[in-house]
Design a protein around this ligand. Sequence first.
Ligand SMILES: Nc1ncnc2c1ncn2[C@@H]1O[C@H](COP(=O)(O)OP(=O)(O)OP(=O)(O)O)[C@@H](O)[C@H]1O
Ligand SMILES: N[C@@H](CCO)C(=O)O
Length: 315
Amino acid sequence: MTDVMTTILPADLQVAVRVPASSANLGPGFDCLGLALGIYDDITVTTMDAPGVRVRVSGEGAQTVPLDETHLVARAVERGLARAGVAAAGLEVDCVNAIPHSRGVGSSASAVVSGLLAASELLSIAPEAFGTQALSDEDLVQLSAEFEGHPDNAAASVLGGAVVTWTDGDGEAIGYAARRLHVDPRIRATIFISHTESSTSQTRGLLPDSVPRCDAVFNVSRTALAVVALTREPDLLLAATDDRLHQQYRAEVLRPSANLVADLRASGYAATISGAGPTVLVLHTADLPAGMADRDGFTMVETSISDGPTVVDAR
Ligand SMILES: Nc1ncnc2c1ncn2[C@@H]1O[C@H](COP(=O)(O)OP(=O)(O)OP(=O)(O)O)[C@@H](O)[C@H]1O
Ligand SMILES: N[C@@H](CCO)C(=O)O
């Protein structure tokens, strides 16, 4: 689909969507593995006659995010509509956020996906004369990854479950694609949400441009193994979540998280830094022992693996 000339949608179309958080990398799969988590932001978008963008936010980020047209959800709604050559004169965006920001559980990707999914639903309920239709999952992955600059979080929030993502091309025209994996139902996800924040763009800057070949080979093998462990042999999760590509380079600025990962892995748990941190993800099949929750600086949350986003209302 290509962008075409803009026409204006009628006022009072309303859609409500619920979009999951995500954990990226899962250890070795830097920028190419992701997992949707059972923590959700709820977004309602209404088209208006009056020009401008009005944003209301409660929950996570309420004190920090902008409340105008620069808000990430509003920008994503406009981008999604533009894809089909339409726009809204004005937009009202209502956000009820449960996904913590800047902790490594994909809040920015969830915000972008919620805006694009809302746009997609607006396109599907617009009067027939507009000739618009919902965006495909492929479009949602492409457009959300363009915002993020990497597809792992965004694809997990679009498709649910675990995802493998890849890119084609470079420079101005990167293509992003993803496939969902069928996660072995015995696998559970627990996160230790850090009480401190970390900026993804800042910690990406700590990564070297090249790594030793032995480390590259190590990560290629573990990433392939992760697909086996996630889909049918969870006993392999500890080995399959090991990494030499990125966590060691971020450890200095994520010291408490790196120490927690090391402790948990030494005790046999498949722990990794979640995304760019500082939250820590543990994948497991058995109950975690009582007392594990007591970690200074972290709140342990036994979450679920999400089946993906839902459209709650569209009228
Ligand atoms: N729901 C939201 N609404 C508006 N802006 C958001 C929202 N969620 C995140 N953001 C913006 O994205 C920034 C956080 O992005 P960042 O990529 O650093 O962290 P993250 O997405 O939470 O974690 P990670 O990408 O490591 O999983 C916030 O500071 C805020 O500016
Ligand atoms: N793959 C990305 C995920 C950010 O959530 C990174 O590690 O920078």
